[in-house]
Design a protein around this ligand. Structure first.
Ligand code: RIB
Length: 295
């Protein structure tokens, strides 16, 4: 099974700060680094490092060569990435002393997808393939519509959750992978069990993966429900923790692993990612995750 990920590629400008800057305040940062990121790219790298044949779609600008290099390095197929004149998307990320982050996005090339581009990519994929989406590219309703027509299974990480998702037909989504904030935004509820119950009421055929930060993660579908606690580590940078979880969870599903095993592998991969700096560079390979699970 192949995974096509039509998603964002961002140059992450990461500033280490004592605390996240507040309105009206000027604060000197302690350090600054530029890492490759973007929810799309992070999730593709996690999938590929977990061993899944992964195809990254989306757009980059003249400054986007590092993404093509990283795809080559990590085994992500980059044939569907289109290079345009608009600059590559970027993110301004503040990481505070507790390793918590806040992220400001500039969409750039990520927001330049066209119907012609989407059609040309989807033409090569069909009912044996999974389409993975986040909400950092434009054309989301169109992509979902056309992929569904082709019989693809669609996995959605509705992040960041905003009004642009209102036009997406969520009934066409097979797998939702979201955190508790996004779950609350979609359902209007805060209790994790209530969020899951509401999502299953709205979308009875869907699989739901709800991550709860330090409180772990829950999987549920119409027939089963499983809980996974986190693996405790000293967090350095939580950027891409959710993306790593998403990539590894889908990898487990693609291999038909039992759900508790998918959850365990994803939680371990994500615990390794938070113990390192950066988004893409923090994502572990499968062998490292499996070795750590044996300890
Ligand atoms: O999920 C983390 C990612 O969100 C970062 O890499 C940043 O680019 C934003 O897309």
């Amino acid at each position: 099974m192949r995974v096509l990920n039509i998603g964002s590629m961002n140059l992450d400008h990461v500033y280490s700060v004592d605390h996240v800057v507040v309105p009206g305040e000027t604060e000197a940062s302690l350090d600054m680094n530029v890492f490759l990121g973007g929810k799309g790219m992070n999730q593709s790298v996690a999938l590929a490092k977990a061993g899944v044949p992964t195809y990254q779609g989306g757009m980059i600008g003249p400054d986007g060569q590092p993404f093509l290099d990283a795809c080559a390095e990590y085994g992500v197929n980059a044939d569907y990435i289109r290079r345009i004149t608009t600059p590559t998307g970027h993110a301004i990320i503040q990481i505070d002393r507790n390793a918590q982050n806040c992220i400001l996005l500039y969409g750039g090339a990520n927001q330049c997808l066209t119907e012609e581009y989407v059609d040309s990519v989807l033409a090569d994929f069909g009912s044996d393939d999974i389409l993975l989406l986040q909400n950092e590219v434009n054309m989301m309703p169109y992509i979902v519509e056309k992929a569904y027509e082709r019989g693809m299974k669609i996995a959605l990480n509705p992040s960041p959750f905003n009004e642009k998702l209102d036009a997406v037909d969520m009934g066409k989504i097979s797998i939702f992978l979201l955190n508790e904030v996004e779950g609350a935004q979609i359902t209007g509820l805060t209790d994790p069990d209530a969020i899951i119950a509401k999502l299953l009421e709205l979308y009875p055929h869907a699989r739901i993966v709800l991550t709860l930060g330090k409180d772990g993660a829950v999987y549920a579908d119409a027939n089963q429900k499983h809980f996974q606690p986190i693996f405790q580590v000293k967090a350095v940078d939580t950027t891409a923790a959710g993306d790593t979880f998403t990539g590894y969870f889908l990898a487990g599903l693609a291999e038909d692993l039992p759900i508790p095993d998918c959850l365990r592998m994803s939680a371990k991969a994500s615990s390794i990612a938070v113990s390192r700096e950066g988004a893409v560079p923090s994502i572990p390979y499968r062998a490292e995750v499996e070795a750590a699970l044996k300890v």
